[in-house]
Write a protein that binds this ligand. Structure first.
Ligand SMILES: NC(=O)c1ccc[n+]([C@@H]2O[C@H](COP(=O)([O-])OP(=O)(O)OC[C@H]3O[C@@H](n4cnc5c(N)ncnc54)[C@H](O)[C@@H]3O)[C@@H](O)[C@H]2O)c1
Length: 383
């Protein structure tokens, strides 16, 4: 068994996603397990090259994990012949330019979503990457979560019969930052910095809907900035200029209606921070990040509407848990492994910059729908 290494530039490694999910839980976890097993029996070991703005933070992360390669100079990292992949987890507004530079440097591209702030930028990146002949991928982590994997399994098994509707509920209370610090970075709430829940979450909803249920053909959205004033990381008040809640209706090919609420101004009375209820003629399911419960047509109770009497049925107890039947790895790591196999062994990989561009397109159309107060058809994107 031979071991080979692959240099990966990790830009934005000091951020929440860059550090925890991508460096620690994915790349370092693959290294710690002895490398990614390849089809011929060899092992591929990722060699992260940390890139960020703060020398102090980079040194601290490198020391903590016994890493030696870091720089605040992206061009220097991109000039390294041993760096095969450029990965981007920076704030959204800095992504497009950095990916463009990485494509020009001939690197394969893997990136957090959204791939760009606008559709034209996202399409330009996809075209440029294709033209340069580099491989490309976009994080679509929700697809790899146990709850959604089980939901996907149900769809593929034909459990639902004809699927009628999908209702998604995502969100939690993000503290304003005055009397308790906010648990999300302040740039998320400033439009000029690439913030906003539509830009953040519609790309996720796009791939979840497209991959599990079918392509999105039309969107109608209403967005709001419910909390107009927040306090940043240093305790300074600022105006929240980006949307913090979005109420969207997505019409899918084949007639399924999906309706998803996304909000950072909602308190959780659910079992998980995101849940999707799917209703079909033969059965229904409720899937979250980890759990998935079903109710079959033959086991469906017959509630009778009578507000004069208290409810006597425990509706939640009438659902059945879908078993895991397999071990689910961290979703980010699972997708990294597929991307690495795509790069070194040419394994098929569908979650590319075009898929990312379709997510950005849905966000852009969602915001336009809200601005113009109308339903918008989603035009097909052609490579
Ligand atoms: N896949 C997911 O589930 C998921 C979840 C959260 C965020 N994200 C995406 O990941 C990206 C990073 O989000 P995050 O929550 O980790 O953000 P974060 O604020 O924690 O990290 C941002 C990173 O960008 C860097 N950066 C570069 N220029 C910056 C600037 N001018 N101001 C501030 N930071 C700057 C920071 O140093 C840091 O490393 C975003 O594009 C976001 O959409 C994805």
């Amino acid at each position: 068994m031979a071991r080979s290494t692959i240099g990966i530039i990790v830009n934005g490694v000091t951020g929440r996603m860059g550090y925890r999910q991508h460096l620690v839980r994915s790349l370092l976890a693959i290294r710690d397990s002895g490398g990614l097993p390849l089809s011929g029996g060899d092992r591929l070991v990722p060699e992260p090259i940390l890139v960020g703005r703060s020398e102090a933070k980079l040194t601290e992360i490198a020391n903590r994990h016994g890493l030696t390669e870091w720089t605040t100079d992206l061009s220097a990292a991109l000039a390294r012949p041993d760096a095969a992949i450029y990965f981007d987890a920076q704030i959204t507004s800095h992504r497009e330019g950095a990916i463009r530079a990485a494509i020009d440097a001939g690197k394969h591209i893997y990136t957090e979503k959204p791939v760009a702030e606008g559709l034209s930028g996202a399409v330009d990146l996809a075209r440029a990457a294709d033209a340069a002949g580099v491989k490309h991928g976009v994080v679509q982590d929700k697809l790899f979560l146990p709850g959604l994997r089980k939901l996907d399994r149900l769809v593929k098994s034909g459990f639902f019969g004809r699927i009628l509707s999908v209702r998604g509920e995502f969100g939690y209370w993000v503290f304003e930052g005055d009397w308790q610090p906010a648990q999300r970075p302040s740039w998320n709430y400033r439009a000029a910095d690439g913030g906003g829940i539509v830009v953040d979450m519609f790309p996720h909803w796009h791939y979840v809907l497209e991959q599990i249920f079918g392509p999105v053909r039309a969107v109608t959205a209403r967005v709001s900035t419910h909390i107009p004033r927040r306090w940043d990381e240093s305790g300074q008040p600022y105006e929240a200029t980006a949307d913090d809640a979005a109420y969207g209706v997505f019409e899918l090919e084949g007639g399924v209606i999906a309706q998803i609420n996304s909000s950072w101004a909602v308190r959780v009375f659910r079992d998980e921070l995101v849940e999707f209820q799917v209703d079909g003629t033969e059965g229904s399911a409720v899937a979250g990040l980890r759990r998935c419960r079903v109710q079959h047509r033959a086991a469906t109770p017959k509630p009778v509407w009578n507000p004069d009497l208290p409810a006597t049925e425990d509706f939640r107890s009438q659902w059945q848990e879908v078993p895991d039947n397999e071990e689910f790895d961290n979703g980010f790591k699972a997708q990294w492994e597929l991307f690495l196999r795509h790069v070194v062994e040419d394994h098929p990989y569908t979650w590319d910059l075009w898929a990312g561009a379709r997510g950005v397109q849905l966000a852009e159309l969602g915001l336009r729908s809200a601005r113009e107060g109308r339903r918008l058809v989603v035009p097909e994107l052609v490579a």
